[in-house]
Design a protein around this ligand. Structure first.
Ligand code: ZN
Length: 108
């Protein structure tokens, strides 16, 4: 039973992948010569845990520690505070379910 709940949680948490993009830029110098230069960009791909939309975020804007499935990710269209409350309620429900099957030590 417990493992089923865990599976549900895992499916909801979505850090999908890291995207490497390579962009070619062209810049005209003062002398009128075109220079091309490459710029590497690292993007993190997240699935919004609230509405399910996939969104990108440049690595520079993401705390490296948050680019894991240990964190929830909410897109800019969703209210992350409201989402956190919703998750909080759901987590409490799960913990209550677990607790009912396993009494604390010393209570019996
Ligand atoms: Zn969203």
């Amino acid at each position: 039973m417990i493992s089923m709940y865990l599976l549900n949680i895992l499916e909801d948490i979505m850090f999908i992948e890291t995207l490497k993009t390579l962009r070619l830029y062209e810049r005209q110098s003062k002398l009128g010569v075109y220079h091309t230069f490459k710029r590497k960009n690292l993007l993190y791909v997240f699935r919004c845990d609230c509405c399910g939309v996939t969104f990108l975020r440049p690595r520079s804007k993401v705390d490296p520690e948050r680019a894991t499935n240990d964190y929830k990710h909410v897109c800019s269209f969703c209210d992350s505070k409201r989402f956190a409350q919703k998750v909080g309620v759901r987590m409490r429900k799960i913990y209550r379910t677990d607790a009912s099957s396993d009494r604390p030590i010393g209570s019996s």
